[in-house]
Design a protein around this ligand. Structure first.
Ligand code: DOR
Ligand code: ZN
Length: 345
């Protein structure tokens, strides 16, 4: 068994940096491990225009520690009134790498999201023509649909139709959580891919609800049954180029998580590679790790792979229970646990 692994420097194809003081404190965790990251645009107000994205990108770049090379890749938050010309211009200028559908009220800061997916079809047609990648938070928000069924319902009600209507549109089904999503992505053409988070590879829904409510295991889409976790592990570690790394790192302060109405989101950035690599190791798939972490994402986004490398070695790493963000406590993913891989840089 190999005790060391060296791979091309990976990228994180889905995360949340927030803005202001929180952003300045969390960017270094990601920049330490990853060369690039797709930065989700669900700020208040959301990042809906090229000008807003360019300014946000400048603020992120200013938060990257000196001597560290890291590039944020920006995303346009789609709304019912998205200006397709501005989106196309922003993409042509290299400001936007993709655009994101948040069904209205599906998750944190998604109130301005898309209220009618069909209403967005003219924008999707333009994105297909301009070859702009579409990222999707794939959950319906209908109150009559059980929270555990919302991803599958989204596939049946919307995603299948989008992929049929726009056969050339590149679509990333974000943070998939079900065997249904795995099957959908595998059956679709090479223009459809998915990101998978570390938490959905490690936990099923029991981790959220057994032995008391565990808010630090709560994110959206929520973790599902064990059979779904096993399907995700097989997808991530199975060598298909359709699946790649996206932590969905979503920092919320401890007090906002441990509250009567706790926020959805897991702060996965600080020990992201250690977390993913543990899964690949358990699955006997260390040889598939570089593809998932460093090759499949750039291939799908048609960006160059990174030239630098990172190395991890087999060694105990104690993940702190809390980290300081804006002088307050935040609980990282695996907080208080010991992982078996150490990131050497
Ligand atoms: O758990 C989540 N947190 N899921 C999302 O889709 C959004 C994210 C956030 O921004 O906090
Ligand atoms: Zn997210």
């Amino acid at each position: 068994m190999s005790d060391r692994i060296t791979i091309r420097r990976p990228d994180d194809w889905h995360l949340h940096f927030r803005d202001g003081d929180v952003m300045r404190d969390v960017v270094p965790y990601t920049a330490r491990q990853f060369a690039r990251a797709i930065v989700m645009p669900n700020l208040t107000p959301p990042v809906t225009t090229t000008a807003l994205a360019a300014a946000y990108r400048d603020r992120i770049r200013a938060a990257v520690p000196a001597g560290v090379s890291f590039e944020p890749l920006m995303v346009c938050y789609l709304t019912d009134t998205t200006d397709a010309d501005d989106l196309a211009r922003g993409a042509a200028q290299g400001v936007f790498t993709s655009a994101k559908i948040y069904p209205a009220n599906a998750t944190t800061n998604s109130a301005a999201g898309v209220s009618s997916i069909e209403g967005l079809y003219p924008v999707l047609a333009r994105m297909e023509a301009e070859d702009i990648v579409l990222c999707i938070h794939g959950e319906v928000t209908d109150h009559d649909v059980d929270v555990f069924d919302r991803e599958k319902a989204f596939i049946d009600r919307h995603l299948r139709a989008i992929v049929e209507a726009f056969p050339k549109l590149r679509v990333v089904f974000e943070h998939i959580t079900t065997a249904d999503a795995v099957d959908f992505v595998l059956a679709a053409g090479p223009n459809v891919a998915a990101t998978i988070t570390p938490q959905h590879l490690h936990i099923n829904r029991n981790a959220m609800l057994v032995g008391g409510i565990q808010p630090h295991n709560y994110c959206l889409p929520v973790a599902k049954r064990e059979e779904h976790r096993l399907a995700l592990r097989k997808a991530a570690t199975g060598g298909s180029a359709k699946f790649f790394l996206g932590t969905d790192s979503a920092p919320h302060l401890r007090r906002a998580k441990e509250a009567a109405c706790g926020c959805a989101g897991i702060f996965g950035a600080p020990f992201a590679l250690e977390s993913y690599l543990t899964v690949f190791d358990e699955e006997g798939a260390l040889d598939k790790f570089e593809g998932f972490a460093s090759l499949n994402g750039p291939a799908f986004y048609r960006l160059p792979v990174n030239e630098e490398t990172v190395t991890l070695e087999r060694a105990d790493v104690a993940v702190p229970q809390y980290l300081a963000v804006t002088g307050e406590e935040i609980v990282p993913w695996h907080g208080g646990q010991t992982l078996g891989w150490k990131f050497l840089g």
